[in-house]
Design a binder for this molecule. Structure first.
Ligand SMILES: [Zn+2]
Length: 269
């Protein structure tokens, strides 16, 4: 495990989910729901979680995991949502993956009343939305600990089933993850855009800047690319593990990157 950075230095991990059993907090009751798909419930499926402590702040990382997504088909489907708490264990905000790993910020008011927020797993691509309420069905989440071994196992799969959350899993306060203001875009329209062959609603594309995935920056023109699957390799001599990718940016510059698992960061060549 020494060759994998699974947590930013200075942070601490815990797995005590009695602190948030049933996703009930001082100022929030989070209802998990599903609509036009099923909840993750077969063996090995469920909501993988871990709790990250950063001084007085806490982030509960959850990854909804399905072994298979049928439409469009691919093995292993991961949809993260993160719950951010302050020093008094009040929820400050939620980040949900509302499709294609874009992170959507949902602020939560810090008054004494308990607010109810619905998060629905929606459509066969299993993206999350807060825009559906009672028409979806509630389910009791099956919680599974997101252990270091599990993360490494998912990270080193050498095909599209690979877990593509890397540096923003290691650090849930990393730049490029948390939008500075609540997301305005209509995410359901955005996702429909990606499920049909034509972009029917081009206006829905414009305010998407924050993502759960890593980004690479072209060394020549600074244009940004979101990283998907990367090839895995193991260096026998050093014992180090890497992911590599040949990049071509929007302006046709080519460069090589690799994700260094020991450092937990992207390197450029
Ligand atoms: Zn470029």
């Amino acid at each position: 495990m020494d060759n994998f950075c699974i947590l930013k230095r200075g942070y601490h991990l815990s797995y005590d989910h009695t602190r948030f059993s049933d996703f009930t907090f001082k100022n929030l009751r989070l209802n998990l729901r599903y609509f036009l798909c099923g909840p993750p419930q077969s063996e090995g499926e469920g909501i993988y979680y871990r709790i990250i402590h950063n001084q007085q702040k806490t982030c509960i990382q959850c990854i909804i995991f399905y072994k298979t997504q049928w439409v469009p088909y691919h093995p292993h489907d991961y949809h993260p949502f993160y719950i951010y708490l302050d020093a008094k264990n009040c929820v400050e905000f939620l980040l949900i993956d509302d499709g294609h790993h874009f992170s959507k910020l949902i602020p939560i008011k810090k008054n004494n009343r308990q607010f109810t927020q619905n998060i629905t797993i929606f459509l066969p691509d299993h993206g999350l939305t807060n825009q559906l309420g009672r028409i979806s069905k509630i389910f009791k989440p099956k919680l599974l600990p997101l252990l270091p071994e599990q993360i490494v196992k998912w990270w080193t799969i050498n095909n599209m089933a690979q877990l593509k959350l890397r540096s923003k899993l290691i650090d849930p306060w990393a730049s490029g993850l948390i939008p500075d203001k609540p997301t305005q875009k209509d995410s359901i329209i955005y996702r429909l855009n990606h499920l049909v062959p034509l972009k029917m609603f081009p206006f829905a594309e414009k305010d998407l800047y924050f993502t759960f995935r890593d980004e690479s920056i072209c060394p020549k023109c600074q244009s940004l690319d979101t990283l998907d699957f990367m090839s895995y390799y193991y260096n026998n001599t050093t014992g180090n593990h890497f992911l590599t990718k040949k990049m071509t940016c929007k302006n046709n510059h080519t460069y090589d990157i690799r994700f260094n698992f020991k450092k937990g960061e992207i390197e450029y060549f």
